[in-house]
Design a protein around this ligand. Sequence first.
Ligand SMILES: *[C@@H]1O[C@H](CO)[C@@H](O)[C@H](O)[C@H]1NC(C)=O
Ligand SMILES: *[C@@H]1O[C@H](CO)[C@@H](O)[C@H](O)[C@H]1NC(C)=O
Length: 167
Amino acid sequence: MEFCQKSGNVRRRGLFYFLLVFLLINEVSLQESVEGFIGGSAVLPCSSEKHQLKLEDISVLWRRNSLSVYDIIEGKDSVKAQDPAYKNRTETFPEEYLNGNFSLKLNDLQHNDAGKYKCFITQDSVIKSVQLFIKERQKMHSTNEGSNQKPETIVMIISTLCIGIIF
Ligand SMILES: *[C@@H]1O[C@H](CO)[C@@H](O)[C@H](O)[C@H]1NC(C)=O
Ligand SMILES: *[C@@H]1O[C@H](CO)[C@@H](O)[C@H](O)[C@H]1NC(C)=O
């Protein structure tokens, strides 16, 4: 009896930790994030579930802190209000507009491009945000080394578990 109660407690505790980890992972994955390298380019995703039939009905505003990054006004690209920092560095995919894809490509990435971008789809009244992370090319090497170390960590965890079971 006592043993059953104990294992029930363990199971309940296991379930609790499982839920906790599950919630934490979900929380993190809610925000879209994109990585880019200095001098490279990145595509910031923004898409609508609703598909428009007419280009004239499509207006999308890309913003970063209230500064204009790119505007699509009634199906036409507009850089009139664009902040000079983004001049000649932005591209969209007009052939994708009717599919509800308003992703923005940002070229020649710099350190200070890192941050949060918002895509406001006016006809849906939907705002999508994307976090852009900028890395230096050299750092890519060190993350590769980091992933090489992972198997060792796994082996260590497995050995710890085995020792736990034996004793
Ligand atoms: C943008 O491109 C145009 C034409 O290629 C060029 O004349 C202009 O100097 C460029 N502006 C910037 C800020 O790079
Ligand atoms: C939107 O279009 C871009 C460019 O073609 C593509 O890279 C991206 O995967 C598309 N996104 C979706 C959700 O289809």
